[in-house]
Design a protein around this ligand. Structure first.
Ligand code: GLU
Length: 291
């Protein structure tokens, strides 16, 4: 039987909190229980917000909790050329397009459209979908704007991508932490509109890097927070477009703060470093996250 492979994939753009602790420890528990592998991946494509200091803090917190992982750790910022090669393939296949609108222009476009009585569609996170204007720009106009060094991101033409795949997509989602039973979930990438596959200054995006790395590292079981549940639809579509295998998923409960809200990296009192500093032990952390 092939080994099950799990991964914990933090972005070192802030300090880890109890939500990350639960995710990391759950992956560790499941890998151990199945005799499988546990990988650690540092998702640091945002090289401005992710710093070596923050990464060192993440590693120290994980070690302190007793998380063990296989070396070497994959650091996404060291693999931009690989992402770029796949981006180039998507450009050649004409299913991505350069998107020039700035945040301000998007806001103005949507405000204008809503003034005329039409609610602008939003993605599952509540962010307005990207307006369609750039998708239909004449090739000459695109070329001119690129030659003029106008900044742009590459966005997936979601309609074209779904047509290329030509079938409905779904994924296997485990129903609980024991990972014994799965149900099939319909993938709805269209709910996200034309997602970014490469940011203005980086030849990739979270979605592109995550599907490439999960495949490259042979991840069979993706265990991560419920907040990424709907995004899985986009990732299934990219896996299908790029001919990558499909892992099974479990999107676990989120650890909430005392105010009942999702934890954020700025919430100091649930930060692992702070808890450790005030005398908490790794066992206390396990208890606090219900493991
Ligand atoms: N790097 C992502 C985060 O820290 C997690 C990505 C994933 O697990 O797919 O939120």
């Amino acid at each position: 039987m092939t080994l099950l492979t799990f991964r914990f994939a933090p972005s070192p753009n802030g300090d880890l909190h109890l939500g990350h602790a639960y995710s990391a420890l759950l992956n560790q528990t499941l890998a151990k229980a199945s005799g499988g592998r546990l990988l650690l991946r540092i998702e640091d494509i945002d090289t401005t917000r992710c710093t070596p200091q923050l990464e060192a803090g993440v590693l120290a917190d994980l070690k302190w909790m007793g998380l063990g992982w296989e070396e070497p750790v994959r650091r996404q910022s060291e693999h931009f050329a690989e992402y770029e090669a796949v981006l180039d393939q998507l450009i050649r296949e004409d299913i991505v397009y350069p998107a020039f609108m700035s945040r301000g222009e998007i806001r103005a476009f949507i405000a204008d459209s809503e003034k005329h009585g039409r609610d602008w569609p939003r993605d599952p996170d509540g962010v307005p979908l990207y307006p369609p204007a750039d998708k239909t720009l004449p090739v000459k106009e695109r070329e001119r704007r690129i030659a003029d060094n106008e900044p742009f991101a590459w966005r997936l033409d979601i309609g074209a991508a779904m047509a290329r795949v030509g079938k409905d997509l779904a994924w296997a989602e485990f129903t609980d932490e024991t990972l014994s039973v799965t149900r099939s979930v319909e993938a709805r990438p269209q709910d996200w509109g034309d997602v970014i596959v490469a940011r203005r200054d980086i030849p990739t995006s979270y979605h592109l890097a995550v599907v490439m790395d999960d495949a490259l590292q042979g991840v069979s079981h993706i265990v991560r927070g419920q907040d990424l549940f709907s995004a899985t639809g986009v990732q299934r579509l990219l896996q299908e477009l790029l001919g990558l295998p499909q892992p099974a998923y479990f999107h676990h409960r989120l650890i909430l703060g005392p105010d009942g809200r999702k934890l954020s990296k700025s919430l100091g009192d649930t930060g692992l470093a702070k808890l450790r500093g005030s005398g908490a032990t790794p066992d206390d952390i396990r208890l606090m996250v219900g493991l």
